[in-house]
Design a protein around this ligand. Structure first.
Ligand SMILES: *[C@@H]1O[C@H](CO)[C@@H](O)[C@H](O)[C@H]1NC(C)=O
Ligand SMILES: *[C@@H]1O[C@H](CO)[C@@H](O)[C@H](O)[C@H]1NC(C)=O
Ligand SMILES: *[C@@H]1O[C@H](CO)[C@@H](O)[C@H](O)[C@H]1NC(C)=O
Ligand SMILES: *[C@@H]1O[C@H](CO)[C@@H](O)[C@H](O)[C@H]1NC(C)=O
Ligand SMILES: *[C@@H]1O[C@H](CO)[C@@H](O)[C@H](O)[C@H]1NC(C)=O
Ligand SMILES: [Zn+2]
Length: 443
């Protein structure tokens, strides 16, 4: 494995200890990174928690302060459940690895050249500070200060979920709207598995065994396996105590257990951003002396996963005068999304696709459709998706985009929900038990 080379032969960066870092220490560390590596880091806050703590993000990239055309935006978000703490520390160590290996390791250097990597160690600092101390199943700290589970607090495309959007959730929603995120992961604890969308679904998406499939299932399976196979043990699928066995260390979210208002479905449906959920530890808040082992288990996987942002195809849609066109739908004919994926600011589009042949459908709504046959190589090796700019002869009628979908999908064409499809067979009773077990110490 390529990164193992770095791990074994380059000196480890001194400075960041294998201890838990509380809010002030995280702030101190991020500010120090910003000071020590000013040319490749940018520190910003996307908002505040209920208790007024900043939601810090450190961006790492060759142009850290701004989006550059052709450079995809990637994000990691950890600790949205305040008592699930491993991801929080892993991201601090990841920052340390990236900045200290820039210009030292050619692969990390190219990754930083070609990617803008946004790292949020904690989405729920209030929850983290509320936890009383190490415990596998802490009694408090999962929710935010208003006692709301943030991973049930997003709009849901498949169900009416009566939510009051929390400040932490709103900050993430604004962030997703304002950046052009292409790929993301959301770091949790309570199991060891890579889980991918959908977490919820309807009769149109749920196939055998409660798998709720996206049209991009092949890509999501690839993304989840990229993490599990580069992780020291996840790919073995070894269950935690009283937990599930996961083939290859991956699972479809809904197949594991159904949830409404999750962050990964929101990113994929409304944010044009592929997100998976990484469960990194059986014990949610393990003792400090285990942190260095967790880092050894995860560091290669964390970097290999970022590289996947370079799968597929990217480019700009412009008109005959060379002006960029936002709002143009760019998708392949075999994968039309619930909310069509459209060009953003600068007329840019990014489509994650595995290598192969596709028909690209470039549609200016109500005006024109242009189809292109394309062969997509493996861009990950090159740290760049295939570049493909498109000239169209029509201008979009509207400049403001409809928010989509405006209604939960089931109310448009009624489809039974998961629970009504369940038949009381031995199999489904078993599943209900697993589901309840999982919800009780939900992940
Ligand atoms: C960089 O990545 C390539 C391809 O994965 C690998 O062959 C090479 O050994 C890596 N270099 C280092 C220094 O890790
Ligand atoms: C790490 O721990 C050592 C020894 O306790 C301490 O001297 C050092 O300041 C710590 N480093 C950081 C960044 O906290
Ligand atoms: C939604 O939740 C609010 C606050 O919990 C409650 O007052 C309201 O009745 C709920 N509405 C529906 C339709 O369930
Ligand atoms: C191309 O995309 C548009 C907009 O989503 C759709 O209406 C049209 O049917 C698509 N055409 C093909 C050939 O897939
Ligand atoms: C990688 O980039 C080089 C130079 O731009 C190009 O010739 C080659 O075809 C690319 N390979 C892939 C797999 O995209
Ligand atoms: Zn969680």
């Amino acid at each position: 494995m390529s990164l193992l080379g770095i791990v074994l032969f380059l000196p480890l960066a001194a400075g960041l200890n294998f201890t838990y870092h509380h809010t002030n220490e995280v702030e101190g560390f991020l500010k120090m990174m910003r000071r020590n590596y000013p040319s490749i880091t940018h520190l910003y806050s996307i908002g505040k928690s209920v208790r007024g703590r900043d939601l810090w993000v450190l961006a790492v990239g060759r142009f850290p302060t701004q989006h550059k055309i052709g450079i995809p935006e990637f994000k990691y978000v950890a600790n949205m459940h305040g008592d699930e703490t491993i991801g929080r520390e892993m991201l601090l160590h990841l920052i340390d690895l990236l900045v200290t290996h820039d210009q030292q390791d050619p692969n990390i250097t190219r990754l930083i050249d070609n990617t803008r990597i946004h790292i949020m160690p904690s989405m729920n600092p209030d929850g983290f500070e509320a936890v009383k101390g190490f415990a596998c199943e802490p009694e408090v700290g999962r929710n935010n200060a208003n006692k709301v589970d943030l991973n049930r607090n997003f709009p849901d495309a498949f169900s009416k979920n009566n939510i009051t959007i929390q400040p932490e959730t709103q900050a993430i929603m604004n962030w997703i709207k304002n950046e052009i995120f292409v790929l993301s992961a959301n770091l949790h604890g309570g199991s060891v598995v890579a889980s991918y969308p959908f977490d919820n679904g309807n009769a149109a998406t749920i196939v055998d065994d409660y798998i709720s499939k996206t049209i991009d299932d092949d890509i999501f399976v690839h993304l989840a396996k990229t993490y599990s196979k580069n992780h020291a043990t996840m790919h073995n699928g070894t269950p935690c105590e009283n937990g599930n066995y996961f083939q290859d260390g991956i699972t479809n979210g809904n197949e594991w257990y159904n949830l409404k208002g999750g962050m990964q479905d929101f990113n994929y449906i409304w944010g044009q951003c592929f997100e998976i959920t990484l469960e990194l530890s059986c014990c949610k808040y393990p003792p400090e002396n285990e942190l260095s082992a967790f880092w050894m288990d995860n560091k290669v996987a964390l970097v290999e996963y970022i590289k996947q942002v370079h799968l597929g195809i990217k480019g700009r849609v412009i008109n005959m005068r060379g002006e960029p066109l936002p709002g143009v739908i760019v998708e392949t004919t075999d994968r039309r999304h619930i909310c069509p994926y459209r060009t953003r600011q600068n007329g840019e589009y990014y489509l994650l696709l595995l290598p192969g042949e596709y028909t690209l459908n470039v549609t200016v709504p109500e005006r024109i459709t242009q189809l292109y046959t394309i062969t997509i190589p493996n861009g990950v090796e090159n740290f760049s998706a295939m570049k493909y700019d498109i000239v169209v002869s029509a201008t979009p009628v509207r400049t403001t985009l409809p928010s989509c979908p405006t209604e939960p999908l089931y109310s448009r064409d009624y489809l039974p929900s998961v629970s009504t499809i369940l038949k009381p067979t031995v199999h489904s009773l078993l599943l209900i038990n697993i589901l309840c077990a999982c919800l009780k110490n939900s992940c």
